[in-house]
Structure formats: C-alpha cells, structure tokens
Design a protein around this ligand. Sequence first.
Ligand SMILES: [Fe+2]
Ligand SMILES: [Fe+2]
Length: 284
Amino acid sequence: MKQVVDNAPLQQLDEWDDFVATRYRQDKSEEEFRNYKADANPTVTEFYRQNHARQTLDFVRNKKAEYSGLKRGKKSIWEMAEYLNTLVDDSDPDTDLTQIEHLLQTAEAIRRDGHPRWFILTGFVHDLGKVLCLYGEPQWAVVGDTFPVGCSYSDQVVFPEFFAANPDSQIPEYQTEYGIYEPHCGLDKVHLSFGHDEYIYQATRSYLPEEAQYMLRYHSFYAAHRHGAYRNLMNEHDESMFEWVRKFNPYDLYSKGRERPRTQDILPYYKELVSEFFPDKIDW
Ligand SMILES: [Fe+2]
Ligand SMILES: [Fe+2]
C-alpha cells in the first residue's frame, strides 16, 4: 500500500492538466508566469520531483519497447474511452468532468472553429493514452511535461532543479548539448520521457495524418512547442509540423468549460467520425 501511495502523489491525473492550464492561463502577466511554482500545490510538486528523477534514458527505452509493439490486445476507440472513464471513480461527479467529457470538450472546441474532421478526431482521442495508469504505470510515467532524455536538460522544462536527482545527470555522455544525438537529427530519433503522448501516437499512427501524429506525440512537450527549446535536435520538417502542435494546444488547455458537453446529442456525430478513420478494433 505504501508503495502505491508513494507512486501516486496526484489525487487524480487531472491535477497535472489543471496545473498546466493555470501555468499558461491566457490573461497571465509575464511576471506571474515566471512565478509558476506558486501555482503548484505540494502534490504537483512531488509529482514533478518523481517524474524528473525517474525518467532515465534506460527507462524510456524499456517502456517504448514494451508498448510500441501494441501487444495489449484489440479494443475499439469507444471501448478504450469507456475504460479510461473508470480512471476517476471517486471524484465529485457534480463538478469533475469525466475523461470522455474532457475529450469531447476538446473535440467540440475544434469543431466549432471549423477545422478538418481528422483534427476534430485528434482532439477526441488525444488523452486515451492515459489508460497507461490502468495498466499499473505510475503517474510519473503517464502524465507530465515531456522532455528529451539522453542529452542535457533545458531550463525551459518546468522544475529543472529536480533533474539533479536523475541518475542520467551523472553520466557525462548524456549531459552534453547533443548527448547521444546528432545536431538536427529530427525528433523521431530523439527519446522523450515516456507517457500518454507516445502511447496514443503509437496506437493511432497508422490511421491518422502526419499532422495529427505530431499533435498527439508532442502535445505535452511544452518546452519545445511553447518555449522554443530543443531546436538543436529538430529538423526542418519538425519545425513546420510544430505549427500543428501549436494549433492544437489551446484546445487542450482552454476548452475545459463549466458546462458539460451534451454527450447524448453529439455522440452520433462522433460515432460516425471514429468509424470514418478507424476500423472496428485496433491494437493497443
Ligand atoms: Fe494529454
Ligand atoms: Fe488533454
């Protein structure tokens, strides 16, 4: 029991999402922004402490090997969404959105702005990778801002001081500007800290356009898409594709409204949209 508690400082995964949304609140002044630590409650801080200390290059390589083969069985997008919904069962049903509601709100905000159907669908699936938690992965391996491992850490990553506790920080080869990578090698060759982004990217990549793949894979890579860090590793193709990552981000951050989406009314639209791009069941 102790072990479980130690690995789960967040009461729910949404605490991390809420912290990020507060960090980038639209009416924030530059000074308030620089003081983001004031918005982080102790559980969020403890979560980042664990995340930064434990996401090593070795860990990431192992997790990618474990999950990218998609050997966890076949499920439809809908079965996965229902499964994800079981994640939050002890929260207040009156105020907290379910996971499906967050996905629908994100997708609906994209739809309202007249974006293409694949973009709306990307909003709908973007957080399904959080089922990693239901597989027993600790919170620090499911959510959190992502960052490259195997090269020096940018101080544009939140709580950069916590990297001192990461064993990789003692390996000089991993702490140079490029580390194990070549200059501008392209992000596909770079290992990012493991989490729900990588998993949903792997599970859906054969069915969605490349723009969507970038949105899914890098949506938590704030140091790069918000702060322009790690351009030394990106190639020109990444740079142009990151336009889409940036286009997606506000819908993830700011679509969380007070009003619950009218799920029953909009469900038929999403049933049709999902079946336009995905077969009945896909590998997870
Ligand atoms: Fe996410
Ligand atoms: Fe999200």
